[in-house]
Design a protein around this ligand. Structure first.
Ligand code: F6P
Ligand code: MG
Length: 454
């Protein structure tokens, strides 16, 4: 049940695996320790202070293990719903492996699970999120793009009545294509890569205007946008179009996902959207339940943008209130299955989380956001760029009951598939002409698998 290509590993020096395991992860962990220390310095209760100091000590041990390339030990039983899955996978496949020679995807996920363990075994700090400040601050610094979207989409989506049927459909198609791209490129600003970004750099990554989108479509190297539109358009014929988002990052990306999901509902292309987030802090910027609530409530009631005009603030409030209403009515549902925070790739989703697979198989379309989800879909292995997406995602396309799956991902790591028959040549050319093209987030893929009815 594995693909025929080797998985990337930390000791592969040619791969982003190496830089990540060697220096990115220790840097991220160092910043996490700084955050917890900052919190510690603001505590007064003796019990809580002592408890947090112990969390910080455990983070120190993790740092020693990570930088000393220790062997991967089992996760301590902290009563989390995923602990059995973790230890089963370690026992079965990774006995004696260390951070560098275990598959990169697994070792990186393991590091975030160990970071969670530093807190999950504590008394007062079980739910502490070392990345929370950073996630919120970055959203607050994204005002230009946030208002650009809210000023356009606070008003509900209306197509002028006087248009012919064909014109109406065309208007809707164009809006769909634009918002799919907004949702796609929202992924380029994840925090794990952009640790030291300036305000201007954030702005240029988040620019959402129409001209900009036309130019960026050229950078979608595997582009199933048209097929995606056809798929979604078919849903309207049904009475119960359900679209699932397997979320990636909090803040601006989640905001873009919500704008897109709002349009899908308003246009009648979908009647229900289910959002899947993480149960605990994950890969720095991924969405947790707290991040989800923070976004909706900050938009509806918050004061994140002191320099905004009243009209701008009102547009945010309207979006926030509308989205909260969707949640109340059950049109939007937020979920957090334990499987999303394990080290398994999605090649194992049907066997390791059959309940989740069954649940997803009832969806009309499952949209996976971002780079990590793409790595998990494709087993994070060295498949040639011409590999068809359906082949690269294995059982998520071929198992009985596999739903239609779309991956909206800006390319931030080695695995690249779905570029078409000429894909290997395209990838080779970029290798020669543009160093770092696989990690810059400048390029993207929008790939679709038709699934297999159960
Ligand atoms: O460490 C690399 C990585 O796992 C890549 O997948 C990407 O660079 C980043 O971390 C996460 O990106 P995303 O938030 O898009 O999944
Ligand atoms: Mg992420």
């Amino acid at each position: 049940n594995n693909p025929p290509w080797p998985a990337y590993r930390g000791y592969h020096e040619y791969s982003f695996a190496h830089a990540t395991m060697q220096s990115r992860l220790p840097t991220i962990l160092g910043k996490a320790i700084e955050d917890a220390t900052r919190t510690l310095n603001n505590q007064s209760s003796e019990e809580e202070v002592i408890d947090l100091v112990q969390c910080i000590d455990r983070m120190g041990e993790l740092m020693t293990d990570l930088s000393g390339n220790a062997k991967l030990r089992p996760i301590v039983d902290d009563n989390e719903a995923d602990v059995a899955l973790w230890n089963k996978e370690i026992a079965k496949y990774f006995q004696g492996k260390d951070f560098m020679n275990a598959p990169w995807l697994f070792a990186e996920a393991y590091k975030y699970r160990r970071l969670h363990e530093c807190f999950s075994v504590s008394k007062f700090w079980r739910n502490y999120d070392v990345f929370y400040r950073q996630k919120n601050d970055t959203f607050s610094r994204s005002s230009d793009a946030v208002f650009e979207l809210s000023m356009r989409f606070a008003e509900t989506f209306k197509i002028p009545e006087e248009l012919s049927q064909a014109e109406k459909l065309e208007a809707e198609r164009l809006m769909f294509l634009e918002l799919t791209q907004v949702c796609l490129w929202g992924n380029s600003t994840d925090l794990s890569l952009l640790i030291n970004m300036t305000e201007d750099q954030i702005k240029s990554l988040q620019s959402t205007g129409g001209d900009h989108l036309a130019a960026t479509e050229k950078n979608i190297l595997g582009n199933d946008l048209t097929r995606l539109w056809e798929t979604v358009q078919d849903l309207r014929e049904k009475t119960g179009g359900r679209i699932d988002f397997v979320l990636d990052n909090a803040g601006f990306e989640l905001y873009c996902d919500c704008v897109y999901a709002d349009f899908l509902l308003q246009s009648g292309l979908a009647t229900q959207i289910r959002f899947h987030g993480k149960r605990f802090p994950w890969f720095v910027s991924d969405v947790t339940k707290k991040d989800w609530e923070w976004l909706l409530n900050s938009l509806a009631y918050g004061q994140l943008f002191p320099n905004a005009t009243d009209v701008e603030l009102e547009s945010l409030r309207r979006l926030g209130m509308r989205w909260k209403q969707y949640e109340k009515e059950g049109k939007w549902v937020y979920e957090q299955h334990p499987f999303w925070c394990t080290g398994y790739t999605f090649w194992d989703l049907h066997s390791e989380a059959p309940d989740l697979f069954l649940h997803l198989s009832r969806s009309d379309l499952v949209i996976f956001k971002g780079d990590l989800n793409h790595r998990k879909l494709t087993y994070d292995c060295a498949a040639p760029a011409s590999t068809p997406f359906e082949v690269a995602i294995g059982p998520m396309a071929s198992a009985a009951g596999a739903p239609k799956v779309a991956s909206l991902r800006t390319i931030k790591s080695d695995v690249v598939v779905g570029l078409g028959p000429d894909g290997d040549r395209i990838a080779e050319k970029l290798d020669q002409t543009e160093v770092g093209w696989k990690i810059s987030g400048k390029y993207a893929v929008v790939l679709l698998s038709e699934g297999r009815p159960g």
